[in-house]
Design a protein around this ligand. Sequence first.
Ligand SMILES: C[C@@](CO)(OP(=O)(O)O)[C@H](O)COP(=O)(O)OP(=O)(O)OC[C@H]1O[C@@H](n2ccc(N)nc2=O)[C@H](O)[C@@H]1O
Ligand SMILES: Nc1ncnc2c1ncn2[C@@H]1O[C@H](COP(=O)(O)OP(=O)(O)O)[C@@H](O)[C@H]1O
Length: 322
Amino acid sequence: MTVTVPSKINVHLAVGPARDDGYHELTTVFQALSLTDTVTVSAAEESSLQVRGEGEKAVPRDERNLAWRAIDVLAEHLDTTPAELGPVQIALEKNIPVAGGMAGGSADAAGALLGLATLWKLDLSRDELTRLAAKLGSDVPFSLLGGTALGTGRGEELLPVLTRHTFHWVLAFAQRGLSTPRVYKELDRLREAGEPPPAAGDHDVVIEALASGDPHRLAELIGNDLQIAAVSLRPNLRRTLRAGVEAGALAGLVSGSGPTCAFLCEDAESAVQVSARLSGAGVCRTVRVASGPVHGARVVESDGGPPGGEPPWDPTPPQAHA
Ligand SMILES: C[C@@](CO)(OP(=O)(O)O)[C@H](O)COP(=O)(O)OP(=O)(O)OC[C@H]1O[C@@H](n2ccc(N)nc2=O)[C@H](O)[C@@H]1O
Ligand SMILES: Nc1ncnc2c1ncn2[C@@H]1O[C@H](COP(=O)(O)OP(=O)(O)O)[C@@H](O)[C@H]1O
């Protein structure tokens, strides 16, 4: 059973104060991008986890791996044990940077959940799968859903946003990842020390700009409250952000908690040009071109049965209005 899962960027990320449970209340606009991980799950004699590709050495191979934890979450939901469900082999083909603010671990978790639910022919509704996804992490429900969505709560409460237009992005991967909790803590620290002005404005206008399909309009509105914290921890991100715009992008921002920088480009051709210039600028480890929105976790190859091209749920959930 093979599942592809998108990465994400937050075109808008407004961070509220820390809650009693340690999470921050968010208003965010997610967009799923064409840079994807592939998760393959199969019944095996013995359980195993293989990881190949981008950042493979930095990915945990034990029970800390989010894809692996999907087994425990499914077993708990079914009131059984992983041993009862049977040994499985999980293989991750990674393209999404590890600890890069693009939800790579979340993507693998969503892919494993969908893959295992399909492999084991579990009768789970979309809502059930989404609830299980939220147990694995705040971003995992979005990795399942994909597209463009408004996220609230800790990021797990989603309202899909209808967008007919494709946007073109250039992604600058950094040498090393950044820890998400560390970046949230740094924002708290900066706020205690003097309240940096919010970078993210009003989400409604961002959704309108997405609906208009006009990248120039969107470029003026993208913003991420975590950017100042990521830049405080990695000051050289300032140079990367500047270099993307100098290379011809309309605007750039840190993706989620960073350190990946995402640059919005006028069109596909411009994205290729910007990526070539940015590669030559020597301000990051790797440059990739991606577009969005794309669909969420999707079974692309199943053993025996027809490929489950669409998720096994109602494809038209309620939508936010632009
Ligand atoms: C910042 C964001 C923006 O989409 O993405 P990434 O940069 O990680 O991709 C997310 O909020 C990351 O979501 P995710 O990576 O799933 O986080 P979780 O595993 O749920 O939480 C990890 C830790 O991040 C902090 N956290 C996460 C979400 C949130 N709303 N408030 C928080 O303060 C908490 O310290 C938590 O213990
Ligand atoms: N399948 C996975 N792929 C990548 N990282 C994983 C995975 N499972 C667990 N992790 C852990 O989660 C951390 C955050 O990873 P990731 O989801 O890639 O970044 P981010 O939260 O910045 O989007 C990593 O540093 C790694 O230790």
